[in-house]
Ligand binder design. Sequence first.
Ligand code: 4NP
Length: 153
Amino acid sequence: MKVLMVCLGNICRSPLAEGILRHKSQEKGLNWHIESAGTGAWHVGQAPDPRSQRVAKQHGIDISKQRAQQFSPYHIEMFDLIFAMDSSNYQDIIRHAKTDAEKNKIQLIMNMVEPGMNKAVPDPYYDDHLYATVYQMLDEACDNIISKYAINN
Ligand code: 4NP
């Protein structure tokens, strides 16, 4: 299974989602390929925000080696599953999907926890206090991603 996590800057939410899902998939012995990307290009090449690195480390996950990349329409062909953090990311991605099969790869990540509710993972960039909440949301979503998709791969 190839999974892409997408947010705006690729330094706060999606790198955390990438690190959490990689950690959980490795714990389960799954041979999954996981990356993350941002719809914006401002932070390309940068390590995750120190606040995301810190909250990951508090849970035993090292995301310091990850580097930001910009989302490209090619990612839709390359990946099996693409998870957007909020509806703005979702709209930015889905407009590049050429077929229904491609559209079906793309979903809001919190719909893995509360299906159909279209909840956003809040952007913590301007609010230090949100990192712990964001971590808990992504942790639960990643558990459910594994439960749902590990059967086939
Ligand atoms: P992220 O947070 O999308 O979770 O990585 C942001 C990081 C940087 C910016 C916006 C959101 N920015 O505008 O630079």
